[in-house]
Design a protein around this ligand. Structure first.
Ligand SMILES: Nc1ncnc2c1ncn2[C@@H]1O[C@H](COP(=O)(O)OP(=O)(O)OP(=O)(O)O)[C@@H](O)[C@H]1O
Length: 243
């Protein structure tokens, strides 16, 4: 679904990502770990097409098409979606009205999902205005569910969410990524940035990567990678990778 070849990205005159390679097949969910400031949000923003990030080398191929120079809305049209770390509030727009505009699913399905998220009482409120951290996450999940993109990036879906809701959100993300279907019926793919990995108890992730100083230094099974990070720290993992 998504192939990234030798991607290098700058912000201003600072190079953040260096010759990065990543391949996420249809039906796969990948996890991205890495210390603060290492370029995780930069990678997500670059895939999304945020003009703040300047691609100075390499290419991004999505569903066989080179999207490296496509504007953001064209990428969204092709099925790239995101759950932001800190989503914006939209004064004067009711959540239900926004959902109706962006929906690629039946309204009944969306209302059912709102109930599952225990969020039906928020549909008449302005989008994200005065919402708590966890409520914003639910609002964004509901918007993503309505949009139904094929490739979804999650930037710290567990930040600011309590234990009970991490489980609920994790299970819903798992379903949105087709993980409750048989492997050969899965059509969605995802990339999840998480610091603590707790949400991975509820999401069936296929592969994890460690991003360090703008490069992927290690890839493997999510639980094994997480254990290594906990045991050795990022610096230890990096030192091992250079031996
Ligand atoms: N506008 C900017 N000007 C200069 N440097 C920037 C700018 N925006 C981001 N950076 C730098 O780019 C680097 C990568 O940032 P990025 O947000 O991608 O890291 P991250 O891995 O997502 O970090 P975190 O885990 O803390 O969210 C950081 O050193 C950051 O300071």
């Amino acid at each position: 679904m998504l192939e990234i070849h030798d991607l290098s990205v700058k912000i201003g005159d600072k190079t953040i990502l260096k010759d990065l390679n990543l391949k996420i097949n249809e039906g796969e969910v990948h996890v991205l770990f890495g210390p603060n400031g290492t370029g995780k949000s930069t990678l997500i923003g670059t895939i999304l097409g945020n003009p703040k990030y300047e691609v100075v080398g390499g290419e991004m191929i999505f569903k066989g098409e080179d999207i490296t120079n496509l504007p953001m809305h064209e990428r969204a049209k092709r099925g790239i979606g995101i759950l932001f770390q800190t989503p914006p509030a939209i004064q004067g727009v009711k959540l239900l009205d926004l959902l109706k505009i962006i929906a690629k699913r039946d309204e009944k399905e969306i209302l059912k999902m709102a109930k599952r998220l225990k969020f039906e009482n928020f549909l008449d409120r302005d989008v994200n205005v005065g919402f708590s951290g966890g409520e914003r996450k639910k609002s964004e999940i509901l918007q993503l569910y309505a949009q139904n993109p094929d490739f979804i990036m999650f930037d710290e879906p567990d930040s600011g969410v309590d234990v009970e809701n991490v489980e609920l959100i994790g299970r819903i993300i798992n379903e949105m990524l087709d993980k409750n279907k048989e492997p050969d019926e899965r059509r969605k793919s995802g990339l999840i940035v998480t610091h603590l990995g707790y949400i991975l108890n509820f999401i069936d992730a296929d592969k994890a990567h460690v991003l360090y100083n703008g490069k992927i230094i290690l890839s493997g099974k999510p639980k094994e990678i997480l254990n290594r990070i906990v045991e050795e720290g990022y610096e230890g993992v990096y030192n091992d990778s250079t031996r």
